[in-house]
Write a protein that binds this ligand. Structure first.
Ligand SMILES: [Zn+2]
Length: 79
């Protein structure tokens, strides 16, 4: 069976935690939160709940604020 060309359009999409835009996973930077610190997971090796942010100064500048909110809502939900 030949490869279906429609498969080419299937790129995983992720949402930027700052601007909430859905983009190709490749265009976003993955990071995890280790001890409340932002750790960029450039090789996607860290097996933890990952978050994504645009590779964009605007979003990166706001990331820290955004993460603080995430951490706060996390602690409200317990652990
Ligand atoms: Zn963004």
């Amino acid at each position: 069976m030949p490869n279906r060309s429609s498969n080419a359009g299937h790129i995983p999409q992720r949402t930027c935690v700052v601007c909430r835009t859905k983009t190709d996973k490749k265009k976003l930077i993955r990071f995890v939160l280790l001890n409340s610190e932002i750790v960029f997971d450039l090789n996607c090796k860290i097996e933890k709940r990952g978050y994504y942010v645009c590779d964009d100064n605007n979003c990166l500048q706001k990331l820290e604020k955004r993460v603080k909110k995430i951490l706060r809502s996390r602690s409200l939900n317990g652990r």
